[in-house]
Design a protein around this ligand. Structure first.
Ligand code: C5P
Length: 242
């Protein structure tokens, strides 16, 4: 029995407008994919790591990640992603060997996710949960509006809301059945493309929410890169003083 991580990194990064696929945008001298993989490897909980990358970049990606600390003893593969996130996750799942019983699905765009978060999600699945997501509280006031921007209903009670992050962890049969169901029945693209736990929930699998961390934010827009640069500088300063 072992744990496999599917690291999805095949997105185009249109909203980042950095001129290359998002996972290959360079942050502090290294692609986002490398930052993300390094933190997954440092968690020490994965025996298998599948990089899901734009077609044609498999060898380059394997070479970038194979030399990282923590990669020794981890079986590394790289496969081509699909047209949307769900098909990229499916390609990664298909590359996992038979002995993997716990699967983590992680966005490379959440490139500064602390290793502790990866380990906590894995532990929650190992100790019995079927599907696990990290979530952080919402700090803004949230309102629903119609297509014209007119508020519908009052402000939503934010204390009951969580922003859902990755890695999301699953018993293997749960994530595989969820993806099979999604491809058979063609679930709404918006749901299927962004969140694997919601797919699992459609099967009736209970989803457990564990505390997430602000550093696991997703790099989506140019401002997020500035934030990521600041977080890395802060980490370095903390490392220098500890
Ligand atoms: O586009 P978004 O930021 O929501 O993508 C989340 C993650 O899914 C990213 O790490 C991205 O590389 C990945 N993705 C993928 N294949 C796609 C679309 C997104 O691997 N076709």
């Amino acid at each position: 029995m072992s744990t496999g991580c599917v690291l999805v990194a095949a997105g185009s990064g249109t909203r980042l407008a950095a001129g290359s696929p998002k996972a290959f945008v360079v942050l502090d001298g290294r692609p986002l994919l490398v930052h993300a993989a390094e933190r997954v490897l440092r968690s020490g909980v994965c025996q298998h790591l599948v990089l899901v990358v734009p077609d044609g970049r498999q060898d380059e990606s394997t070479a970038l990640v194979s030399g990282l600390a923590g990669a020794e003893g981890v079986v590394l593969r790289a496969v081509a992603g699909g047209a949307d996130r769900r098909s990229s996750v499916a390609a990664g799942l298909a590359a996992l060997p038979a002995d993997v019983d716990v699967v983590l699905v992680h966005d490379a765009a959440r490139c500064l996710t602390p290793p502790e978060q990866v380990a906590e999600v894995e532990r929650a699945v190992r100790t019995g949960a079927a599907a696990v997501v990290p979530g952080v509280p919402v700090s803004d006031t949230v309102r629903a509006v119609d297509v014209e921007g007119v508020p519908r209903g009052g402000p939503i009670d934010r204390t009951s809301l969580r922003l859902v992050q990755t890695p999301q962890g699953f018993r293997r049969e749960v994530i595989e059945r969820a993806h099979a169901l999604a491809s058979e029945h063609g679930l709404p693209a918006a749901l299927a493309a962004t969140d694997d736990a919601s797919l699992a929930e459609l099967l009736g699998a209970p989803v457990t929410v564990v505390p997430g961390r602000e550093e696991a934010f997703k790099v989506t827009r140019p401002l997020d890169l500035a934030l990521a640069t600041a977080v890395l500088a802060q980490e370095r300063a903390a490392g220098a003083t500890s």
